[in-house]
Design a protein around this ligand. Structure first.
Ligand SMILES: [Zn+2]
Length: 193
C-alpha cells in the first residue's frame, strides 16, 4: 500500500515553500483573487441565465436560504477536506477560521503529494458537482441564479486549494514531495536528491 504520510520529516528533505493564509500579504492576495473569480463566474452565469425583473422576484426567504446555504457550505467544505485527510491519514485534524479563511489541516504529520492533492481537491470536486447539478436542474431563472451565486462563491473560495494544487502540478511534481498542513499554513518539503 502507498504510504500517505510520515510522522517526522525523513532525512535528506529540505523545506522549499511556505504559504501562510494568516499573513497579511497572502490573505489580501487570496481574498482579491477569490473576489475576482466569484465576480467573473457570477457575471458569466447571469449573462447565460438572463434572470428578469429583479424587483418582481424579490424574496427575503430566498435570500435567507442562500445565506444559510453559504454558511453550511463553508462548514461542509472544511469537513470534506477533513474527511479526505481522515480517510488517508487517520490523524488528528485541526479546524478553524480567521476573518478571511476557514481551514482544516492535519498539523502533526507530513503528507505525501498524492494524498495531499486528494485532500486539497475533495471539496472542489464535490461542490462543483453539487452546485453544478443545482444550476442545471433548477427551473426558475432566479433559483438558478441563486445556485450560480453559490457556485461562484465556491469557486472563488477554493482559490487557496487551487493555488496549492497548481504548485503540485507545476512546481512540486516529485511524488516524494511532503506537505505539512497546519490549516492556514502549508509548508512544502522536497528530497535533496
Ligand atoms: Zn478548501
Amino acid at each position: 500500500m502507498t504510504k500517505h504520510w510520515e510522522r517526522a520529516l525523513p532525512p535528506g528533505y529540505r523545506q522549499t515553500y511556505v504559504i501562510d493564509a494568516k499573513s497579511t500579504k497572502i490573505s489580501i492576495i487570496l481574498s482579491l483573487g477569490a473576489l475576482a473569480i466569484t465576480a467573473a463566474v457570477f457575471m458569466v452565469a447571469v449573462l447565460m441565465i438572463k434572470p428578469k425583473d429583479f424587483f418582481a422576484h424579490y424574496s427575503m426567504s430566498k435570500y435567507m436560504l442562500t445565506a444559510a446555504a453559504i454558511i453550511a457550505y463553508i462548514i461542509l467544505h472544511e469537513l470534506t477536506h477533513g474527511a479526505a485527510y481522515k480517510l488517508l491519514t487517520k490523524q488528528k485534524l485541526k479546524f478553524g477560521f480567521t476573518l478571511t479563511v476557514a481551514y482544516c489541516g492535519v498539523p502533526d504529520i507530513y503528507v505525501y503529494r498524492t494524498a495531499s492533492l486528494i485532500a486539497l481537491l475533495a471539496p472542489f470536486v464535490v461542490f462543483d458537482i453539487v452546485f453544478g447539478v443545482a444550476v442545471a436542474l433548477l427551473q426558475d431563472p432566479w433559483d438558478k441564479t441563486y445556485a450560480a451565486a453559490l457556485l461562484a462563491l465556491h469557486l472563488g473560495g477554493c482559490i487557496g486549494d487551487l493555488y496549492d494544487t497548481c504548485l503540485y502540478l507545476f512546481k512540486f511534481r516529485d511524488p516524494r514531495t511532503l506537505m505539512r498542513d497546519t490549516g492556514p499554513m502549508q509548508t512544502f518539503y522536497v528530497p535533496e536528491i
